[in-house]
Design a binder for this molecule. Sequence first.
Ligand SMILES: [Zn+2]
Length: 188
Amino acid sequence: MNHAQRTARAASAAPIIALMNSRPHAVYGDRLDDAAYVSTLLASFDVDATEAPDAVAELRSLRAALEPAITADDEASVADGWRAVSRFSSDVLFRFQYAADGAPILEHASGGELRARMLTALTQLLESGDWSRIKECANEECKSLFLDDTKNRSQRWHSYETCGNKINAAAHRARRTAANAGSSPEHA
Ligand SMILES: [Zn+2]
């Protein structure tokens, strides 16, 4: 996979990951309380904030449904999550249309616009096969979700610069302290 493909892959997963990263987690509060975060999020779903009065409630609703589907460890909770996503989807209808050259187009027929856009982004992410690449940052103070697009799925931090360096530096300090404690005469 080349750089452009990796960038495209990360970009298509970004709106759903940003929605899930708005959840209260680690040291972060609920980012859906932040109007700027909400309007950036809506823009990423191609929705105009001024035309989506129920936007925050809609975002919260899908986020709550998806949270166990992404973060739960047990199958029953994951299944409960997907059932909740199905309920969220139940009043949105799509229909197939066909372009002049026969290309199939799945069009939103009825139900809320934002809901339809979020479900389309989610479905594309699921169909891309990248769902299982969504991981939680290994930094306990961060726990942000990210798309691991490395070949061997070995990425541990959402950002090496902000989380990986910090953890590595702390581990290095801890090792050095332990080594000093073990070898220096004053601790013997
Ligand atoms: Zn992180």
